[in-house]
Design a protein around this ligand. Structure first.
Ligand SMILES: Nc1ncnc2c1ncn2[C@@H]1O[C@H](COP(=O)(O)OP(=O)(O)OP(=O)(O)O)[C@@H](O)[C@H]1O
Length: 256
């Protein structure tokens, strides 16, 4: 395996606060890599930097060998690197199926030129997108609520829909930021099964920030522990759970 995401010696400060300190991590292609750490460790900041939502101060980020340092999120999206976002307010008034159909970039129907001059092409593309959206909604187990407004879905169903939106793209690497938060156990099981299937059957690589240790234990290998903006330790979940440094970082001195 080779690193599809290669974070090299990244630094980031907010004002005088060094949040990411000489941080280097590699995410192997085809892995589900966990990123954990105490509150304020810098996990979301690192995610935002990788996803192109936040500029870094120094260091380098490679995607499949290509330098993507400080590239904007939309450019990374087209290269297949994306993160899940909560369903935006404007999408909550669309149905679950429409939310999926909105995702593909550069649909022919979005261009007035195409709509007027090539209506056949637009119709054909819309049919394909709809077909794909129906397949995705079946895959994520939301077919029965496909015509519900996204805003009316439960928290867990919205998370499944967010995952489904990544499947409407040509994603190769997906960053999942605390996707388990607020999701009930049954739907969380569905969510994890879908992540595993996307990984095994469709070759997605995942980088997962998560506080839910059950989810990390089931899905992630390896697990990277971030503390004060740099990597404290990396290994299997068993190695992490038995590491005295990690126990101390989470529970304070004396817990180990
Ligand atoms: N835009 C910002 N401006 C100033 N400080 C920030 C900003 N974003 C994050 N920070 C600070 O950077 C540090 C790391 O925050 P970050 O959200 O990356 O941590 P985290 O590991 O994701 O934490 P949590 O697990 O609690 O979500 C915190 O001290 C936070 O206050």
């Amino acid at each position: 395996m080779s690193a599809i995401i290669d974070v090299r010696h990244v630094h980031k400060a907010f004002g005088g606060l060094n949040v990411i300190n000489d941080c280097s991590i590699q995410v192997e292609e085809g892995s589900i890599t966990g990123l954990i750490g105490p509150n304020g460790a810098g996990k979301s900041t690192l995610f935002n930097i990788i996803a192109g939502a936040l500029p870094l101060d120094s260091g380098q980020i490679l995607l499949d060998g290509e330098d993507i340092t400080n590239r904007p999120a939309n450019e990374l999206f087209h290269k297949g690197l994306l993160r899940t976002f909560q369903i935006a307010h404007e999408f909550s008034q669309m149905t679950a199926l429409e939310n999926l159909m909105m995702v593909p970039p550069a649909q022919a129907g979005e261009s007035l030129f195409n709509a007027w001059l090539k209506p056949g092409v637009v119709r054909e593309q819309e049919t394909e997108v709809r077909q794909r959206a129906l397949e995705v909604i079946e895959f994520i187990g939301l077919h029965h609520v496909r015509n519900e407004l996204a805003g009316n879905l439960s928290g867990g169903q919205k998370k499944l829909l967010e995952l489904g939106r990544t499947m409407m793209t040509n994603a190769c690497v997906v960053l999942l930021d605390e996707i388990a938060a607020g999701v009930n156990r049954t739907l969380l099981g569905d969510l994890m099964t879908n992540i595993e299937r996307l990984n095994r059957e469709m070759g997605y690589t995942f980088l997962v920030i998560e506080h839910d240790m059950d989810m990390i234990a089931r899905l992630c290998d390896p697990v990277i522990v971030l503390a004060q903006g740099s990597v404290m330790v990396e290994g299997s979940i068993e190695e992490i759970q038995n590491n005295p440094q990690v126990i101390e970082a989470y529970f304070g001195a004396g817990a180990a």
